[in-house]
Design a protein around this ligand. Structure first.
Ligand SMILES: Cc1cc2nc3c(=O)[nH]c(=O)nc-3n(C[C@H](O)[C@H](O)[C@H](O)COP(=O)(O)OP(=O)(O)OC[C@H]3O[C@@H](n4cnc5c(N)ncnc54)[C@H](O)[C@@H]3O)c2cc1C
Length: 319
């Protein structure tokens, strides 16, 4: 059996491609290494999307949420509904490991099996690979690159690293629930693109001293009971129980190489793809969703990548 298309990644993008492939009558399969919309399941438990539910809608299925911006829980429900309504062909808990090619077909090798296909869509996102600080002590269990909820940090001295949306959200939520919060911020201000409803809140908490913030400051080492901070004047210690390193994520480049996705060798490390069809310079292999932004992860999100699915399926079906 040779598939028309194998979609690697069952996130919002992979699901969208699967729906379009099904509508176009293609023989398709989605391979997902974890559960349905694995990244969204692992987002902070109480998170609210910055997009409106209308702007996250795909195909013809309305996304109903209680307020204009949906919660993580509502998004999980939405994607379950799409999979159920379209009866999508998805295999869960099956990581794709590598791709090989044999003339005009590809073989996707997973942890469980191998599948032949004419086309591949790589929609693996970026949420599985945190950007590391690269400092001593980063491997201590008290250092987290993913944030779930505030409760474990009640009464704890928490250092939040970063100044973008996630860092500001985490600093505010942990402070509100009773953590003693300090922020270490590499730049001289809160990131200018922080959402307009979050930015004044965090700036005012910093101004009134409820949340301590060290600007132009980096972390140079982490120890079980303290953290060493550094600026141009020198280094100093602060007492610390937990480090929440909200420094962002990046595509898994080792995986992309094994999936035969060509990558630019400049610092943006962009997948090399055609702007219209999203086919990479490796014929028959396409990239879709947020992975397409390479290291510029804040450029693409669900909202502005919803057209990827239709463009790719049109290109494949047209061949
Ligand atoms: C906290 C947070 C809030 C966000 N809020 C918004 C928002 O409000 N609006 C918006 O538009 N965007 C938002 N984004 C950005 C965007 O929603 C997410 O990045 C979104 O999940 C991207 O969809 P995707 O399908 O491209 O990638 P992902 O959702 O990351 O999906 C990739 C999938 O590929 C799977 N995968 C990875 N490797 C393999 C493998 N080897 N084999 C098989 N499967 C694999 C993963 O398990 C995952 O399910 C937010 C991101 C974050 C982190």
């Amino acid at each position: 059996m040779v598939y028309d298309v194998i979609i690697i990644g069952g996130g919002p993008t992979g699901i969208n491609v699967a729906v379009e492939a099904k509508k176009a009558g293609l023989k398709y399969l989605v391979i997902e290494k974890g559960m349905l919309v694995n990244s969204i399941f692992n987002f902070p438990a109480n998170m609210t999307f910055f997009s409106t539910s209308k702007n996250l809608e795909i195909v013809d299925i309305p996304f109903i949420s209680h307020t204009d911006k949906p919660t993580r829980k509502e998004a999980l429900e939405y994607y379950r509904r799409i999979v159920e309504s379209y009866d999508l062909n998805i295999q869960y808990y099956e990581p794709a490991e590598r791709v090989t090619t044999d003339d005009n077909t590809y073989v996707v090798h997973t942890a469980k099996d191998s599948y032949s296909t004419r086309h591949i869509v790589v929609a693996t996102g970026f949420y599985d690979t945190p950007r590391m600080l690269g400092v001593p002590g980063e491997d201590l269990p008290k250092v987290k690159h993913y944030y779930d909820e505030a409760h474990p940090y009640v009464g704890q001295k928490v250092l939040v690293i970063g100044a973008a949306n996630s860092a500001c959200d985490v600093a505010l939520e942990t402070w509100q629930k009773g953590a003693d919060v300090t922020m270490a911020i590499r730049e001289d201000s809160i990131y200018e693109k922080v959402k307009y409803w979050i930015r004044p809140n965090i700036e005012n908490r910093i101004k009134e001293g409820s949340i301590k913030a060290h600007f132009n400051t980096t972390v140079s080492a982490i120890y079980p009971q303290n953290v060493v901070l550094k600026n141009t004047e020198g280094e100093w210690n602060i007492d610390n129980d937990y480090v929440l390193a909200m420094t962002g994520y990046m595509p898994d480049y080792d995986l992309l190489a094994r999936l035969m996705v060509p990558i630019s060798d400049d610092e943006l490390r962009l997948p090399e793809y055609d702007a219209e069809t999203l086919e990479t310079s490796q014929p028959g292999i396409y990239v879709a969703g947020v992975v397409n932004a390479g290291m510029q992860t804040s450029k693409l999100f669900i909202e502005n990548t919803r057209d990827h699915a239709e463009r790719i399926v049109r290109a494949i079906a047209g061949k």
